[in-house]
Design a protein around this ligand. Sequence first.
Ligand code: SF4
Length: 737
Amino acid sequence: AAESGITWGKAPCRFCGTGCGVLVGVKNGRIVATKGDPQAPVNRGLNCIKGYFLSKVLYGTDRLTKPLIRKGDTMVEASWDEAMTLIASKFKEAIAKHGPDSVAMYGSGQWTVFEGYAASKLFKGGIGTNNIEPNARLCMASAVTGLMTTFASDEPMGCYDDLDLGDTYFLWGANMAECHPILFSRMIDNRLKNPKVKIIDFGTRHTRTSQMADQYVRFTPQTDLALLNAIAHVIIRDKLYDEQFIKEHVVFKRGKENIGYGLEDKFKFADEPKLIGFDEYAAFLKPYTPEYVAAISGVPATTIVELAHLYADRKRKVTSLWTMGFNQHTRGTWVNNLVYNVHLLTGKICKPGENPMSLTGQPSACGTTREVGTFTHRLPADMVVTNPEHREKTAKIWGVDPKKIPAKPTYNATEMFRALDRGDIKVVWVQVTNPFQSLPNLSRYRTGARKGDGRFVIVSDIYPTRSTELADVILPSASWVEKEGVFGNAERRTQQWFKLVDAPGEARSDLWQTMELARRLGHGNLFPYKEVEREMWEEYRKFNEGQGKDLAPYATYATTRGLRWPVVNGKETLWRYAEGHDPYVKQGEGIKFYKNKPDHYKAVIWARPYEPAPEVPDKHYPFWLCTGRVLEHWHTGTMTGRVPELKRAYPAAVCEMHPDDAKRLGVQNLQKVKISSRRGSIVLPVELNGRSKAEEGNIFVAFFDEGKLINELCIDAYCPISGEPDFKKCAVKIEKA
Ligand code: SF4
């Protein structure tokens, strides 16, 4: 490398929450190559196809390099000073006329820790509004509320080592082979070495993951709730549970039911839990017989019984993994609770190879949005704005008056854009995300953004997107190794990188942009740092110290390939709550859910019922629509769409359909169909023999294609506890186009 003039630096991958380590080759101030980092413990030198093309994502020909301001229907180039003066004046005007809750920030799990921290500090501690949300609300919020309600602490107890050490893997609504390919390859490696390893894929479509699984279990959308209750039913009926574990580590609760679907403009947090006993829980499960659940889910009763026995087999190390199938769900919190129930009933938790784990979609959904707390209701280190002690602690570290941080959360992501649509929010700043492609029931929010009447939309990004086209000001951002940063991945690993190349033109980091607005609004005192990243990190670290979430000094991360928190005395933690692994669990304590003090350091098994989806197929709209990702493209395709190789490999969205459905509709492979929901229509070619196979009565469309906005069809219903919308289920009709 030295001879070729390339210097190599380390960084986590820019894309998914796996957090693969990459080596970035730089020559003459430009990234010329990337390769999997052989020293990176997550990926051990491997990258998926997106990772291999990282060197190209920053060099699309249409990179934004100058601020742009809307003049009528055109965007004209402006200086940073002009753009920031205009933005600051819009913020000041809205705050003066309508109060601080009329301005908002919509950020991202692709923010660096610094960017999320600065945005939260400015909005909550400076402007005095909780109007800050990340796009992680659309992908991870149910995982958060699932963990918080069951264990009173966010983020998993296990880690990726469970992929190497387990022997039984239950995948729920996770196409790992395409969406987390490196983690999938670790699990497959384990199976190659250990013939005992079994992979069971629960899904509503047959994917590449299903092809590699030992067993594919197809179920009717939404009935995962019933299936998990049926598994728990069998575990109790056949006395397969771990009585000692339950006695020592578990309490039982029942929450509010029939909680609605978030379709009214209202965001509720209330759950109203009541303590119940084991017998009451067993009685609650009584109706979930394998036969009843077989009838609604389509999974044979014998399979349900077999799988319950497999989950509970004392000789097996069981890990459950899930992604958006569980999290993007109108009962997302509940379905997360229900999978924890099965692990808690069987005592298969907090042990090497035996854990439940939600996989993340974005590189720092965990590190930035969850740990820093960039949701409307959150503060760093699992603290919440509703708790006066938490506000007090936050205000002390931030050096602001505790009264500045409002005690009430405002809007989840969907509600934030409903508030913009209504005109309650006047100014919204979008950073590192593309809501006007990724929100559900998209037309409503795209129309809302351009209603005028004082609404003002700012979008910071690296390329033109379906969101920048609606903006009043577009700011050109620096991305990934064009700035210094920290990301936190799905296994609690915190990874740091240094700036390796300059951003093109006048592009600047979102951190700089946020701090510049702060300065212009008179909140510059919130950011008094000389060495910005290092000093901000040391300030942020104070939130985590002694909270079971300890982070190492900044310098430690510069020389490691990341560490999994809590990091105490320089040592990372692989399994939380477990003696011998977690420094917070003393000798002799075994397993201790030490964050759940109100329940005497025990975890909660929740009685959560099966409830149907808000919209189910009927005679007018007879198909289920599911949306998601494909291997080659990442989210809305802003970056992967600029890589010619990836674009060629998967150029445009298609409608995956079952051949029998196609026959009934009289369409052949690649013929066009019009897909309509109650919210919109698009025309797409059908694919009958693709890499994934739709089940009868179900179709699947990927959401990366900016030319085909499938999210216009999605319903904007959400889990009322987590606020996360359901992109996996709505009813559509299909006609020959
Ligand atoms: Fe990047 Fe995710 Fe692929 Fe790893 S699996 S290389 S983190 S996109």
